[in-house]
Design a protein around this ligand. Structure first.
Ligand code: ATP
Ligand code: MN
Length: 477
């Protein structure tokens, strides 16, 4: 069964060539015009049938959602909008679709409604565009790192260490939940479990990536990540994909440079490779923004935002400077923040991050040198004794898109931090070994892939940029 993709047909010029296409009906008008889509592009191919020559029974089955195979001649289009159309000579129904019960009708559906139909929503223009951009971005991620000489490593998905994610992890167990073996304290005895210990789904591949960076030099992971945090926001999923580069001999500034170059490069890639999808999403974004009250509207369009990020440097600001800006800001003085900014040392809330990015600087911001006690144990301590070499990258409309740091490479300092934070050092024996044998300065970061896809597609809810989202109380499909 030879068929041509609609994308390549639409790029060709009409030459009275015979061809066969297969796809799904988006609309069928006037018993004559089929708009056929095969997923290869946002555009439909207009296919013209001669209904007088068609068996009536066949005609009845050309409904929205039905799968068809059409053969005919490619001719110059009579209608406006496209160059070519298919003059159909043969038509077969590959899969019919009941027009009464098919949920995806040719009209506007709400994103909420479509979330309930996640198995079919990708047949809409919006979701197919988002998923093609997502695919292009993930290709660009690999391309970027491979061209920079990084090695792709696959860190474990089932992890035996809980140093990073205490309380936010999904347990992996084959014990009988009804009647687990108990230890002498009356708790489930995980020695009897599959791995002979408690295991969980990973919240980050960083610790393992560090081991690989200290041998291969520059490495990256790109894989599924799980967090059992009960945060029902538009930016959190229970299952998401994270990109985690880890580089030997990099300090925090090298780390920032790489992160900025990386984000800029993958966005440039989709600007070129996803032109039509982005144009469609840009128009969708504008329409969506226009339904919001004036003050909440984005000041830039989607393409404008992407171009802005690609062509402007990210603003670099220390945590201490940021606190000063926030403390003296209008919303803080007028008590408009839900969490007032009074003293150095507080964890920044999303309202503070948004103020910095969307109101004060109006561009992506890299915040660095955070207070040690609001950050993880592995971040390198600064000489001031109070701050660590952490950096977060904040994006307009998204908030945090990257979290990273220079890692603590000094054994004694790391051991001290682990003790201070009451973490089980025994479990980290292998991680500490990395500081015993050939330790070097190194750095890395984690970027939430779906947040990047959100930024590139202008989708407001993270549930709409992953095929089948997992969130609290929702693992349908
Ligand atoms: P946030 O404060 O937004 O919850 P975080 O500080 O927990 O983020 P990190 O642990 O630094 O995030 O993880 C690195 C990156 O992974 C984040 O910058 C973000 O892009 C992404 N990320 C974190 N949690 C989630 C989640 N639940 N769903 C999707 N992406 C996430
Ligand atoms: Mn979080």
């Amino acid at each position: 069964m030879n068929g041509k993709k609609i994308k390549s047909i639409l790029e060709s010029s009409p030459n009275d060539e015979k061809c066969t296409v297969r796809g799904w009906v988006r609309t069928f008008r006037a018993n004559r015009f089929i708009a056929l889509n095969d997923g290869s592009t946002i555009e439909n191919l207009q296919c013209v049938v001669d209904f007088e020559k068609l068996d009536e029974n066949l005609l009845k089955q050309i409904n929205t959602g039905a799968a068809l195979q059409l053969s005919g001649t490619l001719v110059e289009s009579q209608g406006s909008g496209q160059q070519v159309e298919l003059q159909v000579t043969e038509l077969s129904i590959l899969g019919s679709s009941d027009p009464e019960s098919y949920p995806i009708q040719p009209k506007k559906h709400s994103l909420e409604f479509l979330r309930e139909k996640a198995h079919l929503r990708v047949r809409t223009a919006t979701f197919s565009a988002v998923m093609r951009v997502r695919s292009a971005l993930s290709f660009a991620v690999h391309q970027f790192f491979q061209e920079e000489g990084f090695f792709y490593v696959n860190t474990p998905i089932i992890t035996g260490s809980d140093a990073e994610g205490a309380g936010e992890m999904f347990r992996v167990s084959t014990l009988n939940p009804k009647n687990p073996p108990l230890n002498k304290d009356g708790n489930p005895d995980f020695k009897e479990d599959f791995f002979g210990k408690e295991t969980n789904l990973t919240v980050s591949g960083q610790l393992e990536a560090e081991a690989y960076a200290l041998a291969l030099g520059d490495v990256y992971t790109f894989g599924p990540t799980f967090r059992a945090e009960n945060s029902n926001t538009t930016r959190h999923l229970a299952e998401f994909w994270m990109i985690e580069p880890e580089m030997a001999f990099y300090d925090l500034y090298d780390n920032m440079d790489l992160a900025e170059k990386f984000i800029t490069s993958v966005l440039k890639h989709v600007l070129i490779s996803c032109k039509k999808d982005l144009k469609f999403l840009d128009e969708r974004f504008n329409k969506e923004e226009n339904t919001k009250p004036q003050q909440q509207r984005s000041t830039m369009g989607l393409l404008e935002k992407i171009n802005f990020v690609v062509s402007n440097d990210f603003k670099r600001v220390s945590y201490t400077e940021a606190i000063d800006i926030l403390r003296n800001s209008k919303p803080n003085k007028k008590k408009k923040f839900q969490y007032p900014v009074n003293e150095w040392g507080i964890d920044l809330q999303s309202e503070h991050e948004r103020f910095l990015v969307e109101k004060h600087f109006n561009c992506p911001v890299i915040l660095f040198d955070y207070p040690a006690n609001i950050k993880a144990f592995y971040m390198r301590r600064n000489d001031d004794g109070k701050t660590v070499r952490a950096m977060d990258i904040l994006f307009p409309g998204i908030g945090e898109i990257v979290g990273g740091s220079q890692r603590e490479e000094r054994l004694e300092v790391l051991e001290e931090r682990i003790k201070e934070m009451d973490i089980d050092a025994e479990e980290l024996w292998w991680y500490l070994d990395l500081r015993r044998f050939g330790s070097v300065p190194h750095s890395g970061f984690g970027l939430g892939f779906e947040r990047l896809v959100q930024f590139a597609t202008g989708m407001g809810n993270i549930r709409d940029v992953i095929p089948f989202p997992r969130t609290p109380q929702n693992a349908a499909f």
